[in-house]
Design a protein around this ligand. Structure first.
Ligand code: MN
Length: 213
């Protein structure tokens, strides 16, 4: 009984070319993302078994696997929607994403400063990781996070709204070791309408942590 399922891609494998090759998208979605979905489901089953048998010898590993695979599933599910072949540029008022543009300017000083920070955070990941733009509910502002693997180095409660996958599987077939070039190219396929929708939804939920009520 699977709890999580692999979402369909919102476009063809080739839709993001030339920024991302069809082969990368195919493998990344059908193999890597599918692996995280399976991993999350398998881990939940193993935890259920541990509860039933009251056998807790593997609890540390299981909790780590749950965080890894579930976070991988969540980030990839956002990643596909964050991109479009018609994307790129800056979020602008005339495109109906003015609230997001204002929030970026208020939180980072300017779009250029935000872009520099997210680019740097993604491109300088050590090993496997992500650059993430997230809504932080206590301050009501946006922050950039440099995520280790899928789950480390994040502030609890923040909601990812724009995610750059910086794992080698996201670019190596095409960009080889040039991670900086890949991250720079990523800006050409950002779907600002999708990011703006996620910003509005995160803000709407408000201070769900019930801190500083
Ligand atoms: Mn990935």
């Amino acid at each position: 009984m699977a709890i999580y399922t692999l979402p369909e891609l919102p476009y063809d494998y080739a839709a993001l070319q030339p920024v991302i090759d069809a082969k990368i998208i195919e493998l990344h979605h059908d193999k890597h993302h599918a692996g995280y979905v399976k991993g999350a489901n398998d881990t939940l089953e193993q935890l259920a078994e541990a509860r039933d048998k009251e056998q807790w010898g593997s609890i540390n590993g299981l909790e780590k696997n749950l965080a890894f695979h579930l976070s991988g599933h969540i980030l990839h599910s956002i990643y596909w929607q964050n991109m479009t072949g018609d994307g790129g540029g800056e979020p602008l008022d005339k495109d109906g994403v003015g609230e997001l543009a204002d929030a970026i300017a208020e939180s980072f000083g300017s779009f250029a400063k935000f872009k520099a920070q997210l680019s740097k955070a993604a491109a300088t990941t050590q090993g496997s990781g992500w650059g993430v733009l997230a809504y932080e509910p206590i301050s009501g502002k946006l922050i950039v996070e440099q995520v280790y693997d899928h789950q480390g180095n994040v502030g609890q409660g923040s909601t990812p709204i724009l995610v750059f996958d910086a794992w080698e599987h996201a670019f190596y077939l095409q960009y080889k070791n040039q991670k900086v070039d890949f991250i720079e190219a990523m800006w050409q396929v950002v779907n600002w309408q999708d990011v703006a929708k996620r910003y509005a939804a995160a803000k709407e939920r408000g201070n769900a942590l019930l801190l500083n009520p």
